[in-house]
Design a protein around this ligand. Structure first.
Ligand code: NOJ
Length: 575
């Protein structure tokens, strides 16, 4: 089959699957209004002075979190772990790691969050475990144990894989996926990320009969893994969790380039989930909303990974390296939006009414927005305006609401030197609360801190920004209030680029829902810019957020004239 006919076949097959399982967005009602706040738990707030954040610390800060205007928390993994990959190497999926507290503390967190109208989502690391997980230790012993087929044990590296690297877009495994072991059972196991993270066995899309280790997805081992994942989900949902973000969700079935088998596995799990927990949300780290939507996920990210990424807007490179000269949201004004626009609109049109796309402000794997020379309040306000006025589900990474700075020159902390993004520690430094010791994060001595606190004397803190009406924190609050009260600006409101995609400064888009209409104007460049757009038939245009000195909007009969000052954002309510 030629390349394009394979693509058409895949698209049709995805559509067929999606048609069967999910004709409409079946997310619970609350998800349409959800605004997430992501917490990297080791860095948020330390309540016991050991230098590492914990659950009690988060409980102490729930009122602050609520005050931002978010309503749902997502925590990076808090389960028992070896911490060779920041908690993504789990040794026991059924217990909270002692550095964060206990299972009882988690229940208290949920109760306290729910009292304040905040929901709580956890991280489901479905694709792999730690190599110290009891399941793996038992599986290693041989083929006749309860957990033997939870993992994949090749007896050799096949010739056609030799010399090939794992394909980062399709997920097809390469020689680098085979880890040498002296287990006695087999010379290799298959890993998912680091060597210390053996892949759980969901089977192969098309098992090769010559490769005994490649099992079909419905073989007893892969089926037992699926049921185990459901047990884990049920365990935490029954303790009050409101849903999960699923780590590397698209990676579960091996050698599945069109993802049809992975979609099938998740349809099985997600339909069980929806029947048992109709109020629960499922979020995927899949980075292909069309596919994840067919698999039954309610929200998917477009960020730095996979084909469908927003790298050209912020990094201009998959992997998240910062290149200010070329990214769109850089003051040099040399970027473009076409690449992102094409990827985004393809996904937006395909998933509208089915599931939500999230463009997160950042996360624990990518550089923060405040990086390099993208570091002024104006610049950060322009990016925040973008994130909080786009359709889909906003995710704010802790500290981005105060403009915390990406830290350079940090060492490898618990696996932070990732495979694609080399310095993930720079985005994982302690939250900056106030001017007390360690910015109020912890009373521990410097060398006991999880990572060092930003040393800049003028570093942003919650305490400072709370008092300053012009701060990024208060601007974020203002945008979230606006969004909450407007059907047009909500997750479901329509979105349309009204400026020319090939003349990206300023970028102008319309959000609408019936008569409710907003126009958003973004100019990240340090040159003032003028643009005219086809008349939007406006009687009045009221500036409701953004810069009120530098910009103007003049409606006309044929076209509307927009002026955007240097590094500025405007949100107009149109009547
Ligand atoms: C994606 C997570 O976001 C990242 O932090 C982790 O290292 C890998 N998955 C492996 O679990």
């Amino acid at each position: 089959m030629k390349k394009h006919s394979i693509a058409i076949f895949t698209a049709l097959a995805v559509a067929a699957i999606s048609g069967q399982a999910q004709a409409k967005n079946d997310a619970p009602e609350w998800v349409s209004k959800a605004v997430f706040y992501q917490i990297y738990p080791s860095s948020f707030k330390d309540s016991n002075g050991d230098g590492v954040g914990d659950i009690q610390g988060v409980i102490d800060k729930l009122d602050y979190i609520k005050s931002i205007g978010v309503n749902t928390l997502w925590f990076n993994p808090m389960f028992s772990s070896e911490f060779k990959d920041g908690g993504y190497d789990i040794t026991d999926f059924y217990s909270i790691d002692k550095r964060f507290g206990t299972n009882a503390d988690f229940k208290r967190l949920v109760e306290e969050a729910h009292k304040r109208g905040l929901r709580v989502c956890l991280d489901l690391v479905a694709g792999h475990t730690s190599d110290q997980n009891a399941w793996f230790l038992e599986s290693k012993k041989g083929p006749d144990q309860r957990y033997s087929d939870y993992y994949i044990w090749p007896d050799r590296i096949p010739d056609d894989v030799k010399g090939k690297e794992k394909d980062q877009i399709s997920g097809v495994i390469g020689e680098d996926s085979f880890v040498k072991t002296d287990s006695g059972r087999s010379p290799f196991y298959i890993k998912n990320y680091y060597d210390s993270q053996p892949a759980l066995n969901y089977g192969y899309a098309n098992p090769n009969p010559q490769h005994a280790w490649e099992q079909p997805i419905d073989a007893p081992g892969p089926m037992a893994v699926r049921r185990e994942i459901e047990n884990i989900i049920a365990f935490w949902m029954d303790k009050g969790a409101d849903g999960f973000r699923v780590d590397m969700a698209s990676s579960v079935v091996k050698n599945d380039p069109g993802k049809l088998a992975s979609i099938k596995v998740w349809q099985d799990i997600s339909s069980w989930y929806k029947a048992k927990y109709p109020e629960g949300v499922l979020i995927s780290e899949w980075s292909n909303p069309k596919e994840s939507s067919a698999a039954g996920f309610n929200i998917d990210f477009m960020m730095h990974t996979g084909k469908y990424n927003f790298s050209s807007l912020f990094f201009n490179k998959v992997g998240g390296e910062f290149e200010p000269q070329v990214s769109y949201f850089a003051k040099q004004g040399k970027g473009q939006i076409k690449e992102w626009y094409d990827l985004y609109t393809e996904q937006y049109n395909a998933t509208k009414g089915k599931s939500y796309i999230s463009l997160p402000t950042g996360n624990h794997d990518i550089q923060r927005l405040n990086a390099g020379d993208r570091n002024t309040l104006d610049q950060l306000k322009v990016t925040m305006t973008f994130f909080l006025t786009m359709p889909g589900t906003p995710f704010i990474y802790y500290g981005d609401e105060i403009g915390m700075k990406f830290q350079t020159g940090l060492w490898n902390k618990e696996g932070s030197q990732g495979r694609a993004t080399k310095n993930r520690a720079g985005s994982r430094t302690p939250m900056q609360w106030d001017d007390s010791k360690n910015a109020g994060f912890s009373t521990a001595d410097y060398w006991n801190l999880y990572l060092p606190v930003d040393k800049d004397a003028n570093r942003p803190t919650v305490a400072k920004e709370d008092k300053d009406p012009a701060s990024l924190l208060n601007y974020t609050r203002q945008l979230l209030t606006l969004r909450k009260d407007s059907p047009a600006l909500s997750a479901d409101g329509d979105w349309k680029l009204v400026s020319d995609v090939n003349q990206p400064y300023p970028m102008v888009y319309l959000r609408s829902s019936g008569d409710d209409r907003y126009l958003v104007v973004l100019n990240p460049s340090e040159q003032p810019r003028d643009v005219s757009v086809a008349a939007l038939k406006v009687k009045t245009a009221k500036l409701v957020a953004g810069d009120n000195i530098q910009g103007s909007y003049k409606p006309g009969d044929q076209s509307d004239a927009i002026h955007a000052g240097a590094i500025s954002a405007q949100v107009y309510k149109l009547d």
